[in-house]
Design a protein around this ligand. Structure first.
Ligand code: MCN
Length: 748
């Protein structure tokens, strides 16, 4: 039973009639959970404000206790033999709602007389995060020849994975097995057991194929706690599967920024200073990483690929009567890219410069690596100018002017958009994240077991939900241990099998999980050498390993990995003092992010009569370091671009400002891209800059497309409309919005 109101007090819930209906097992409310002392939903990232105060962290309950603050908030749980019976009983629940005033807009929520959501958050402010050097920025602006300013909105998005979320708890009074559509099994085991006051060993969390995740399934949800608690209380299995409508109104949403940004430049168009002021609408409560993304993560990206010497950012997290926001593919990086690249385009327009040239002259040169940005992070490597010039080549930027004038003859406006980005992939550096408020470590763990027949099981704390881990991780093992890929089994998503883990988000699986796997493989090889040395009657120091064979250096004496593995478990001849078995594990926590980067371009034609956009070409050159599997990477980049295209042209999560009702609550109102909307994509990978601090040299790719695409597409449309004097259209650029902007511009 979910709240139909965006903001209301609930003085009374009466479930007496519902409880008597056939098949109904129980009707639970927040009061029942309170009686069992179930704790609040605790965020795993806490942000301190500029005055040093911790963020406002008002309690959020799995089932509402007295007040609801967004449409779709869980009010009661009806458990019945069938879904239809539960639904019928829920329909008869008598809930008294006393509606309260509603606010859904982030900026408006900070106004003096705006409705207040939480006593603990005056003016609805959760945190006011600042980063950078405001004094240096002021100086830069004082000495600037030009200042450009933009007010930008980054539209709120809904994840819409192919399968809705689901939870099933089995185990009654004993150990509970929680099957859960999550990307982060170990995190959810921790949060649920903490809430229920149980030891972590009381729950086995299993996350099999989850039907896509896109970041929003990587966070803790009320239903996980409700189902686990109800199953223990009722001593019987309980399951919940979201309908698509429930998904729309309860899955964490993404983006939702309002930003004022200013860029100072010298007379030649060199960037001197950047000031960014963002209001992030975090929804009704702080969700798992809801505070960290628009602050710590977003701000770290604001140097982008450019050498702007002074940067200062303020990001204010604001409560509103909307679903909480959290990670959605890109998580803070598309927002940062959008701000920077829109400013670059605006600067080119104001200074009368070519939009590629203004970017080129501000890029961090390859010689400057490692490059410490003025906003905090240090990029270990990258050749931004090389990637950028390659993009212009593959997209034939030189030939664009000709194509543009040809199009004009057919009443079509043609535009070319560019987006350069850096991405803090490989989300871990646990110490860095902890310094910025993370309440969890982001390391990754891997274990390798070589079986007697030489087949290999690898267990990782990452989680695959469409990224092809079974292939790429098997490739890593195959190349390290010299075993065929077909004999490698990758196991993820089970807390009782995989000892530790952080899960999959932040394009971290290859850079962090893959690195842990590589280290575990090296340990297995080292142990194998001691066994092989014994079998070959040589010293371990003389044993070399390659292609699945241990050899005594300089001789033809050899033994296979399979034979070593067999002996390790059937010790007919085994070195004394060495533990049996051929298995080992490793935990990896990198010293820095893996700085993926790239440049994307898009060419569009806008129909002057209808405002419709036709994407004629899309190109991306991405540096994701060493590539393990080019085909999977290409698919990942294409998928990200498709999602970015959705944000740029179609998708918009929209709440009615008066009532707080979700008006985009179905696929009839929320338009994800279809196959016909996605253009042919030309994708190139530049492998010349392997990550310098992980053993694979790999940087993440899972979010790259979603970062560059919205900006490149919007940039192209605005470039097309520039002759009409259109300088901004808010995403999504629907035909209607584009058409209206054109009419306003030409004063029709
Ligand atoms: N890879 C590679 N070489 C590299 C980098 C990556 O071969 N240099 C491979 C990896 O081995 C992995 C894949 O590419 O098989 C993606 O790796 P990585 O960039 O590490 O990203 P993750 O596996 O950690 O996936 C997370 C990322 C995120 S954050 C979201 S959101 C997302 C995404 O990936 N959600 C997805 N891709 C998705 N794809 C699908 N189909 N569905 C989702 O929900």
């Amino acid at each position: 039973m979910r709240s139909p109101h965006a903001h209301a007090r609930i003085p009374k819930i009466d479930g007496t009639t519902s409880a008597t209906l056939p098949g109904v097992v129980a009707v639970f409310t927040g009061a029942d959970m309170a009686a069992d002392k179930v704790g609040p939903m605790a965020p795993l990232w806490a942000i301190a404000s500029s005055d040093g105060k911790p963020m406002a962290e008002p309690p959020r309950w799995a089932l509402a206790r007295g007040t609801v603050r967004h449409v779709g908030e869980a009010v009661a749980a009806v458990i019945a033999e069938t879904h239809a019976q539960a639904q019928a009983a829920a329909d008869l629940l008598e809930v008294d709602y006393e509606p309260l005033p509603v606010i859904v807009d982030g900026r408006a929520a900070m106004a003096k007389n705006a409705p207040q959501l939480h006593d603990a958050a005056p003016n609805n402010v959760c945190f006011r995060f600042v980063r950078g050097d405001e004094a240096a920025v002021r100086k830069a602006f004082d000495g600037a020849a030009h200042v450009v300013r933009l007010d930008l909105a980054n539209n709120r998005l809904i994840g819409a994975a192919i399968e809705p979320r689901a939870v099933l708890a089995d185990g009654g009074a004993g150990k509970l097995t929680l099957y859960c559509s999550t990307q982060v099994p170990h995190h959810i085991r921790r949060t649920v057991t903490e809430q229920l006051g149980l030891p972590q060993t009381a729950i086995r969390l299993v996350a099999p194929d989850v039907g896509g995740g896109f970041g929003y399934k990587g966070k803790h949800y009320p239903e996980e706690t409700i189902v686990a608690w109800a199953a223990r209380r009722l001593r019987r299995p309980v399951k919940w599967i979201a309908t698509r409508s429930e998904s729309f109104m309860s899955d964490y949403q993404g983006r939702g920024h309002q930003t004022h940004a200013e860029l100072a430049l010298d007379a030649q168009g060199h960037f001197l200073g950047l000031r960014v002021d963002t209001v992030a609408n975090i929804g009704a409560y702080v969700s798992t990483f809801g505070a960290g993304i628009p602050s710590a993560i977003y701000s770290a990206l604001l140097a982008g690929v450019y050498r702007t010497p002074a940067i200062a950012v303020q990001s204010t997290g604001v409560f509103t009567n909307t679903v909480p926001t959290d990670a959605y593919r890109g998580a803070g990086r598309p927002e940062a890219c959008y701000v920077l690249e829109r400013l670059a385009d605006e600067a080119a327009r104001v200074l009368g410069m070519d939009h590629a040239e203004i970017r080129r002259q501000n890029l961090v040169p390859a010689e400057a690596m490692p490059y410490k940005t003025p906003i905090g992070p240090t990029y270990d490597c990258g050749n931004f100018p090389k990637v950028f010039s390659r993009l212009l080549e593959v997209a034939d930027y030189k030939g664009f002017a000709k194509r543009q004038s040809a199009a004009a003859r057919t009443r079509k406006l043609r535009g070319f958009g560019i987006a350069c980005y850096v991405e803090s992939s490989g989300v871990a550096p646990s110490r860095m994240a902890a310094a910025l408020g993370a309440r969890v470590g982001f390391f990754e763990a891997a274990q390798i077991r070589v079986q007697q027949d030489g087949s290999v099981q690898a267990l990782l704390g990452t989680h695959n939900h469409g990224q092809g881990h079974a292939t790429t991780f098997a490739q890593i093992i195959s190349s390290r241990l010299g075993v065929p890929m077909a004999s490698v089994e990758i196991i993820e998503g089970d807390t009782d099998q995989v000892p530790y883990g952080s899960g999959t988000f932040g394009s971290r699986s290859i850079a962090v999980g893959g690195s842990a796997l590589d280290r575990a493989a090296m340990k297995v090889i080292e142990k194998g050498k001691t066994i092989a040395a014994h079998l070959l009657e040589a010293s371990a120091g003389d044993i070399a390993f390659a292609d699945g064979l241990f050899t005594v250096a300089g001789t033809d004496r050899r033994v296979t990995l399979r034979e070593v593995a067999r002996v390790a478990q059937h010790p007919t001849s085994y070195p004394a003092g060495i533990e049996l078995g051929l298995q080992d594990s490793a935990v990896y926590d990198p010293p820095n992010f893996a700085w993926s980067n790239g440049a994307h371009a898009c060419e569009v034609e806008v129909d002057c009569d209808t405002g419709e956009i036709h994407i004629l070409g899309y190109w991306g050159v991405d540096d994701i370091g060493t590539v393990i599997n080019p085909m999977i990477v290409e698919g990942q980049i294409h998928g990200g671009i498709a999602q970015g295209l959705g944000q740029a042209t179609r998708e918009h999560c929209f709440y009615d400002p008066e009532s707080g009702q979700l008006l985009s609550g179905s696929f009839m109102d929320y338009a994800v891209p279809r196959a016909k909307d996605v253009p042919e994509i030309v994708s190139e990978l530049d492998e010349s800059q392997p990550c310098t601090h992980n053993p694979l040299g790999a940087k993440g790719c899972g979010e790259a497309g979603s970062i560059g695409a919205p900006t490149a597409i919007v940039g192209a449309v605005l470039d097309a409309l520039r002759p009409l004097g259109v300088i901004d259209i808010e995403m999504p650029l629907t035909a209607e919005r584009v058409w209206k902007a054109m009419r306003v511009a030409v004063k029709l």
